[in-house]
Ligand binder design. Structure first.
Ligand code: 3PG
Ligand code: MG
Length: 396
């Protein structure tokens, strides 16, 4: 079903509330390590400003405790970067839900950033009353946060029911168009790489994904869970022990579709300076941590990547931020870049790895979605898109 688009709407003199996904990775000093999502949000904001709207933008950052402000999760560094990219001041507003002075002061052509929306109580539960109060702030609600489209939260879902107009921003629209086009009839073999350190949210969707793809390459904590399911050793590596049964069921139902790593780069501690030791799985000791896949595993995967028709990539296969454990992610990334397949990559850490290894211009399409991208691929209805479709039917 179609959605209304920001470009369809005359926003002159209107108050436009843009929900963006500015949830970017940061290092310990809170420096932004990859600003792809911020840059990708700029065209929507700029378009609304140039067409004479008064613009308010919000996003979540991390997963803070609701009902409390915390400096560590503040959008302060994001406001600065957004201001640099837009070339105009972007002030940051705290306690913004119930209007107040900032709301009276906001003029056409001006933009403010509203603090981390997950500081508001009820955000994650998609609280209706909160959504209704937020909707009062605007004439037009625009969701440009594809990366958060798989979450039904107050700023991605409830608000869309109550805003006078609810539409998709240009990034959201472009993502839906590109992914639909690539996945409706993918050139085969279709290879998916699903890895990274966030485990649960991904393992649960692997089963559906296994049905749609021809090869499912797993890495990171997900691979460790699969190694356990195949009776291998992982030492004290990150894994989800309660999901081993599920991993086992996938291996049985789809024989040969999920290759298990055969070697690994291990360390005794999780740090940039940790001593890296290459081991076959049989040699892994109880105090070892798997921090990357090894060269034999890479060699097994490379031909499948080279021969793929379509590749979707979500998540690094090792701790690529530490040079000693970056080789697996670098090698797979380079294989994807070199392949003739149409490749789609998504997810915050994946984008950071692509930037680090300089692969961006050799990837077919780079999505700002991580979890959203995977759920889209899985064929799920994303709640934030669903509500825009529903509203499109009721608006002129
Ligand atoms: C993401 O980074 O996947 C999105 O911004 C959503 O964040 P979340 O997983 O904390 O909901
Ligand atoms: Mg996520």
């Amino acid at each position: 079903m179609p959605v209304l688009r920001l470009s369809d709407i005359d926003v002159r003199g209107k108050r436009v509330f843009i929900r963006a996904d500015l949830n970017v990775p940061q290092d310990e000093a809170r420096h932004i390590t990859d600003d792809t999502r911020i840059r990708a949000s700029v065209p929507g904001i700029r378009d609304a400003l140039e067409r004479g709207a008064a613009v308010m933008v919000t996003s979540h950052l991390g997963r803070p405790k609701e009902g409390e402000f915390s400096e560590a999760d503040s959008l302060t560094p994001i406001a600065q970067r957004l201001s640099d990219l837009l070339g105009k001041p972007v002030s940051l507003v705290r306690d913004w839900v119930d209007g107040g002075q900032w709301h009276r002061d906001l003029r056409p052509g001006q933009v403010v950033l509203l603090e981390n929306c997950r500081f508001n109580k009820g955000e994650k539960k998609d609280d209706e009353a909160l959504g209704a109060r937020m909707a009062k702030l605007c004439d037009v609600y625009c969701n440009d946060a594809f990366g958060t489209a798989h979450r039904a939260e107050a700023t991605t879902h409830a608000i869309a029911k109550y805003a006078p107009i609810a539409c998709a921003g240009p990034l959201m629209a472009a993502e839906i168009d590109a992914l639909t086009r690539a996945l409706a009839q993918p050139r085969r073999p279709l290879v998916a790489i699903v890895a990274g350190s966030k485990v649960s949210t991904k393992l649960t969707i692997l089963k559906t994904l296994a049905q749609r793809v021809d090869l499912l390459i797993v890495g990171g904590g997900i691979a460790n869970t699969f190694i356990l399911a195949a009776h291998g050793r992982i030492g004290k590596s990150l894994a989800e022990h309660e999901l081993v049964g599920e991993a086992k069921a996938i291996l049985e139902e789809f024989p040969g579709k999920v290759p298990i790593p055969v070697d690994a780069v291990c360390a005794k501690e999780f740090s940039a300076g940790a001593k890296a030791t290459l081991k076959t799985l049989e040699d892994i000791e109880p105090d070892d941590m798997i921090l990357d896949i090894g060269p034999q595993s890479i060699a097994l995967l490379k031909p499948a990547i080279a021969n793929a028709g379509t590749i979707v990539w979500n998540g690094p296969v090792g701790v690529f931020e530490f040079d000693a454990f970056a080789q697996g992610t670098r090698a797979l990334g380079e294989a994807i870049a070199a392949s003739h397949a149409f490749s789609i990559a998504g997810g915050g850490d994946t984008l950071a790895a692509i930037a680090k290894f300089g692969l961006a211009d050799r990837i077919g399409y780079i999505s700002t979605g991580g979890g959203a991208f995977l759920e889209f691929l899985e064929g799920k209805t994303l709640p934030a898109i669903d509500i825009l479709e529903q509203r499109a039917g009721t608006q002129v």
